[in-house]
Design a protein around this ligand. Structure first.
Ligand SMILES: [Zn+2]
Length: 697
């Protein structure tokens, strides 16, 4: 039950967010008193990575075996890929339990001038990884891997992959413990003979790559389990990634390959059952990233060339979304950022922060690398990625990115970030769905905990102990969701990047980032120039305790999202602004010269409802000299809200007579419904906005 935040009640209880609902009551609830760190919770752990497996692919029709595994275990419905949401970044994060900030693998392609100043290196090729490793004194990754940690504890990891040689090597780059098997890379090298003697040589690599996938299943069973009896087995299943890149998200070809992948997963499960070890094996299934349909036509490099900001191969180097500015200094960085901010198909933009504590990048309207855990001495000068929407493609799958291609991933769209997580086994709750945030950084710590081993310092991820039979109740896990913004305004335009993050017990997850652009002149028509429409700013908090209805809460939205929809057909320019205790964009909002600010009375309060109303007063004080109007809403009686607002601002009114006359209030309790999804409240609100702005009709 979400506490009503609007009542000025003393002694408000601390709000613990039931962000998750165990849809089937876990048998473990009674045992969830303590999560013992003693002893293993099963005989072995299998970490299965299915490349590009969107959660909505896992249906009983398309993937019956994997669906059954999910339904009999834990379905993690808020699982996060690591940004950039590409394969080698996530392969590294799965192997190390860490973000790029810690492991140093910054993208699928990287530019490291101390390795080669002339070219971008594709990290899918093992030869390039060896080059980086040799040039850095063995620091291909700058974090220890799960295999190293296990080896120190007398345990073994064996990894097998049908993916690229690069992504394979990143799973166990030193070949520690049980080693690594990939058609091009066997660690230790002599293991190749033993493996080929068991299962034959790897088949030729032809698309689609199901015969290669089948070979890796055989290697896992006959070498990893029968011969090595490894404690942790990692298997990388390279499809449906390749097929989806070529034919689209949810295309008939992609669905066909998913059926084949599911059959191979079934063969693995049957192999475990035949050996009598299915019941003693904990299985974690994930995907390195989600997937989106591509609708764009231009690349970042082409844009910069077109605008004269990249003239040679090396003055400005673009590696994925990373932009390295070798010539032109800070001025060139600033010029490039401005062009990116002006370009509709470009999404969020990040630069280096002035120091570790700031969320703001070095250039206005950019967020710091640290906000996405991408701050490393291998970072570029700028990191950007495509803009996105939730539009459905021709096959009915949502998620579009305005970059070129058929289908891909890599962005901060929730469709690229959100990915599959399934846990199943003797240590795992049964028949449970969880929306507690988890991520690919959590797999290594969780595998260690399943083996009864401590998690070393330096791993960014956490143990997903709410999945464990002896772990905490899912509903009791406290989740904090926040938005961080950066804004640039110039010549009547504005660009805002909004980054949403979730936090669980100190572990951070990047949920998504979106951008809002205000471009007067764009889409102007003679009848109603956009630049002359009244500007209405809708301000509310993303904190779940502030959100009035469950549907919006589940979508991580704000009341402002609902209000924006209510006001959709009015001739106004609507801007949404997420606020909270740390918000400080008063000056930037003033610069937009809004005609009306619609704001939640409690929008600045802390998650638990505490915190002064003084913050609202401070915002309004910025507008004392303007003619901006305010409409303040709250879930209480309107007369009472009016008295509270009058009292709060009485001294400001003395200094600025007429201020209170520009402020109206809307108390939902006078309208018979307590959220914005009812016409009982939506219609009067809309009418009030029209009256305030003097709109016809
Ligand atoms: Zn991938």
């Amino acid at each position: 039950m979400i506490a009503d935040d609007d009542e000025d009640v003393l002694g408000m209880t601390k709000h613990v967010r039931g962000a998750t609902r165990a849809l089937l009551v876990s048998l473990a609830t009674a045992a969830a008193l303590a999560c013992a760190d003693t002893g293993p919770r099963g005989d072995r752990v299998i970490i299965m990575i299915v490349d590009g497996l969107r959660p909505d692919y896992v249906t009983p029709e398309v993937m019956p075996r994997l669906s059954a595994l999910r339904d009999g275990g834990l379905s993690g419905e808020n699982h996060h890929s690591v940004f950039p949401t590409v394969t080698r970044v996530n392969s590294s994060s799965i192997a190390t339990g860490a973000y790029p900030r810690t492991h140093g693998m910054m993208g699928n392609s990287v530019y490291l001038d101390w390795v080669d100043a002339e070219r971008v290196l594709n990290t899918g090729e093992v030869a390039n990884l060896r080059l980086i490793n040799d040039s850095s004194g063995g620091r291909l990754l700058t974090a220890p891997s799960l295999a190293d940690v296990l080896e120190r504890n007398g345990k073994t990891l064996f990894a097998v992959s049908s993916g690229s040689s690069g992504s394979a090597m990143l799973m166990n780059r030193q070949g520690g413990g049980g080693g690594l098997a990939h058609p091009e890379v066997f660690l230790p090298p002599e293991s190749q003979d033993a493996i080929e003697a068991l299962v034959g040589p790897a088949p030729p690599d032809t698309a689609p790559r199901m015969s290669l996938v089948a070979w890796t299943i055989d290697v896992l069973l006959e070498h990893g389990i029968d011969a090595l009896d490894a404690d942790v087995l990692m298997i990388w299943i390279t499809e449906p990634d390749g097929t989806a890149h070529a034919t689209g998200v949810g295309s008939p070809e992609t669905l066909d390959i998913l059926r084949s992948v599911d059959a191979e997963i079934g063969r693995l499960l049957d192999g475990l059952a035949q050996r009598g070890i299915l019941e003693s094996t904990n299985i974690l299934v994930t995907a390195d990233h989600g997937f989106s349909t591509r609708t764009g036509t231009q690349s970042v490099a082409a844009l910069l060339r077109e605008r004269g900001l990249k003239r040679t191969e090396t003055d400005v180097v673009v590696a994925g979304g990373a932009i390295h500015v070798n010539e032109g200094g800070e001025d060139r960085v600033r010029e490039i950022v401005r062009v990116l901010q002006e370009t509709d198909w470009v999404g969020p933009i990040f630069t280096r922060g002035a120091d570790a504590s700031t969320t703001q990048g070095s250039i206005d309207g950019t967020l710091a690398f640290s906000t996405i855990a991408w701050d490393h001495d291998r970072s570029a000068d700028i990191l950007t990625t495509g803009n996105w929407s939730s539009a459905e493609n021709e096959f009915g799958f949502p998620g579009e990115v305005m970059e070129p291609g058929v289908a891909s991933h890599g962005t901060l769209s929730p469709y690229d970030v959100r990915t599959t997580f399934i846990a199943h086994g003797p240590a795992i709750k049964q028949g449970v769905r969880s929306t507690v945030p988890t991520g690919n950084i959590d797999l290594a710590p969780t595998a260690l905990a399943l083996l009864g081993l401590p998690v070393p310092d330096g791993m960014d991820g956490r143990v997903i102990d709410e999945a464990f039979v002896d772990g905490p109740d899912i509903d009791a896990v406290e989740v904090d969701t926040r938005e961080i913004t950066a804004t640039a305004t110039w010549s009547g335009r504005s660009y805002v990047v909004i980054l949403q993050k979730s936090f669980v017990a100190g572990t951070e997850y990047v949920d998504l980032a979106r951008v809002e652009r205000l471009q007067p002149g764009q889409a102007e028509t003679p009848e109603s120039p956009v630049s002359e429409l009244p500007v209405v700013i809708l301000m509310d908090s993303p904190h779940p305790a502030r959100v009035y209805d469950e549907e919006t809460r589940v979508a991580n939205g704000t009341n402002a999202d609902v209000l924006s929809d209510i006001l959709l057909d009015l001739p106004i320019r609507r801007l949404k602004e997420s606020i909270g205790p740390d918000w400080h964009r008063d000056e930037e909002i003033l610069q937009l010269h809004p005609d009306l600010i619609v704001i939640h009375y409690s929008g600045f309060r802390q998650g638990d409802g505490s915190g002064p109303r003084e913050r609202l007063k401070l915002l309004i004080s910025y507008f004392e000299e303007s003619d901006t109007r305010f409409l303040i809403y709250s879930r209480q009686e309107e007369a009472r809200l009016r008295r509270s607002v009058d009292e709060l601002l009485s001294d400001r009114e003395r200094d600025h007579p007429g201020l209170l006359a520009r402020i109206e209030v809307f108390g939902l309790d006078d309208y018979g419904h307590r959220d914005w999804r009812s016409p009982l409240t939506a219609n009067p609100l809309k009418l009030r906005v029209k009256e305030i702005l003097g709109l016809e009709g």
